[in-house]
Design a protein around this ligand. Sequence first.
Ligand SMILES: Nc1ncnc2c1ncn2[C@@H]1O[C@H](COP(=O)(O)OP(=O)(O)O)[C@@H](O)[C@H]1O
Ligand SMILES: CC(=O)OP(=O)(O)O
Ligand SMILES: [Mg+2]
Length: 394
Amino acid sequence: MSNAILVINAGSSSLKFSVFRDHGDGDPVVTVNGQISGIGTQPVFEAKDAQRRPLADKSWGAGEAGDRTALLSYLLDWIEERLEGATLIAAGHRVVHGGVSHAAPVLLTPALMDELDALVPLAPLHQPHNLAAIRALAEAHPELPQVACFDTAFHRNQPWQAQTFAIPRELTEEGVRRYGFHGLSYEYIARRLPEIAPELGDSRVVVAHLGSGASMCAIHGGRSVDSTMGFTALDGLPMGTRCGTIDPGVLIYLMRKGMDAGAIEKMLYNKSGLLGVSGISNDMRTLLDSSDPHAQEAVELFCFRIAKETGALTASMGGVDALVFTAGIGERSAPVRTRVGDKLAWLGVEIDAAANLANATKISTPGSRLPVYVIPTDEERMIALHTRRVLTGR
Ligand SMILES: Nc1ncnc2c1ncn2[C@@H]1O[C@H](COP(=O)(O)OP(=O)(O)O)[C@@H](O)[C@H]1O
Ligand SMILES: CC(=O)OP(=O)(O)O
Ligand SMILES: [Mg+2]
């Protein structure tokens, strides 16, 4: 009999889920995936099978909108009806912040939940929703083991220079340090790249994870050695609504002008980035389609900063052997990749226009000094693999 693993990636208003079947050998295989969107307003449940065929949809009235326990209980019942003899052995969650002490996934306990609660201020856009889903699932199914897979874990063994801010040492010791995020995505890419390009071996790779949250990572020999995100998922690249790297003097200026922490947090997390610069949208597609000069400036700033960080991460590794694009924008936006590629001509990047337009796996020309890849990320698969390992030791 086979085992099944439920994978959950909970966001502010949506809960993405996948069910993996584990036959014991090879990677677990996804059988269904979907999401509950509109949590808090008008929840809608959608699911697809492995061939992307729609399986179900359901919506709820506003009265049940915020009851995550009831929504998860519905989801669990729905999944259990479709297990076809498999045993659901665990739920694996993406938990964005694991703090200093977690360099690997772990089985969730009430004591660990308290520890992870303390990290909510460090990831206000993600952590509360990750933990709410874990609590709701524990309430609906107390017997089901749950595993936390941290977005910070892959970066925890970076060299100390990459993890340290130049601030008084006591603060570093207290945990005010650079953590880095999107680790599950980078770990997946580090695992996948050698299958796609075995000749790269233990090489130096810059990976750009460009989704609604965006960051970049320097991976040397399969390990993270530097990343653009820091103490929080606000640092580094500008994102859909987040500012990215900013002179801390700006925060002092805003505080002196009378803004409190809550107002600054809201502005930097929710009103900045592509949305703040364009004044139009946080969605790259809308901006690329717009002729508004502010929309064009937002796109230009995004691409400029990706190119600039590529330089910084290349210096961190003493060179670079490949560049990889992944996540929503990275996997699907040929115009963004073209612009970044043009700005990296000095590194020997030459983008093949036709391959780029087709979102091909390799988008650089045969003559390009730096090979450039597009690799779809799969954070869910990484979570399923980690969850299986924690539960079964395999
Ligand atoms: N064809 C496309 N061209 C440009 N941007 C796209 C395209 N498809 C998706 N995106 C962008 O990808 C973003 C979502 O990326 P994704 O990795 O799914 O984010 P997340 O998992 O963080 O929600 C959207 O905000 C959208 O701007
Ligand atoms: C860490 C982070 O920014 O995640 P996301 O891209 O899902 O917002
Ligand atoms: Mg994402």
